[in-house]
Design a protein around this ligand. Structure first.
Ligand SMILES: C[S@@+](CC[C@H](N)C(=O)[O-])C[C@H]1O[C@@H](n2cnc3c(N)ncnc32)[C@H](O)[C@@H]1O
Length: 273
């Protein structure tokens, strides 16, 4: 496992969570990523919903729900009730506004909370999703235990996350930005399985969706190049400051690592027996 980035000091775990939440609540994140903050976008979310057999009678928990895009889409597509838990208060507010403005306002709510201490009762959900966030949790074992606690017997968890296929993470992909971008602490697939199985889950699905990750990194790199040019020409004002050099170096390093099959993206489902 990688050590945590040196730039994080003090109460490391809380700092990491806040840092991650601050980046993803920023307008810049939305500029670079769009509404859906994970590889594969809403199409992969919908696929996960199918694997979890969501339907109108189901209670779904979306852990680390971001801006609420997945939760709202799943309620629209499957008619399930969804509670989204998210560390960032700003993202929770935006997600609740988006839900209120949608046609599923009666089905979807968001609440501030920490994946490692979920603010919901035991055995209250039929299904739980956590997209592109598990690998940022400092205490993954605790989060997996929480997932098990809140699910009803027979309930299902669906994760989608970055996978690391080699022992070493390249130097360019080890800093704080890489940590927040879910790269620095990406786990080998078998480690995710180990977290889930140790918590008490029985694995159901394990699939690689590496192309979704390549596509996402290529899109981000393209947006960075375009934005840098427009900023230089004074034709674009970015919603926030960005170190283009650092961001491009990281995007290039990520693209190279993905091409060399050092990183991938996986979908996993498991049930509470
Ligand atoms: C890459 S984004 C993914 C957001 C959303 N799941 C999606 O796919 O659009 C990671 C999200 O995890 C949230 N997060 C990070 N640590 C968290 C924690 N300990 N508990 C709850 N949310 C957390 C961040 O605030 C951020 O919104």
């Amino acid at each position: 496992m990688n050590s945590k980035p040196e730039t994080v000091t003090g109460n490391d775990d809380q700092d990491l969570k806040s840092c991650c939440a601050n980046v993803y609540q920023s307008d810049l994140a939305r500029f670079l990523l769009g509404d859906s903050f994970h590889p594969g976008g809403i199409a992969l979310t919908e696929y996960l919903g199918t694997l979890l057999q969501l339907g109108p009678d189901k209670q779904l928990l979306d852990v680390a729900a971001g801006q609420g895009t997945s939760a709202i889409h799943l309620a629209q597509r499957f008619g399930c009730n969804v509670l989204g838990i998210e560390y960032s208060a700003v993202s929770v507010e935006r997600a609740n506004e988006a839900a209120q403005a949608s046609d599923v306002a009666h089905l979807v709510t968001f609440k501030q909370g920490d994946a490692e201490h979920l603010p919901v009762s035991a055995e209250s959900y039929d299904a739980l999703i956590c997209e592109c966030a598990f690998c940022t949790f400092p205490n993954k074992a605790l989060a997996a235990t929480e997932f098990l606690r809140v699910l009803k017997p027979g309930g299902m968890v669906g994760l989608s996350d970055l996978t690391r296929k080699t022992a070493e993470v390249p130097a360019d992909l080890q800093g704080l930005l890489a940590w927040i971008a879910c790269i620095a602490d990406a786990q080998p697939l078998e480690r995710y399985v180990q977290y889930l199985v140790t918590a008490g889950f029985s694995m159901q699905t394990l699939e690689q969706h590496d192309q979704a990750l390549s596509d996402m990194v290529r899109e981000i790199h393209g947006k960075l190049l375009g934005a840098e040019l427009l900023v230089k020409l004074n034709k674009l004002q970015l919603p926030g400051t960005i170190d283009f050099g650092q961001a491009k170096t990281m995007a290039r390093a990520a693209a190279t690592a993905i091409k060399a099959q050092q990183f991938g993206y996986a979908v996993m489902t498991a049930s509470k027996v």
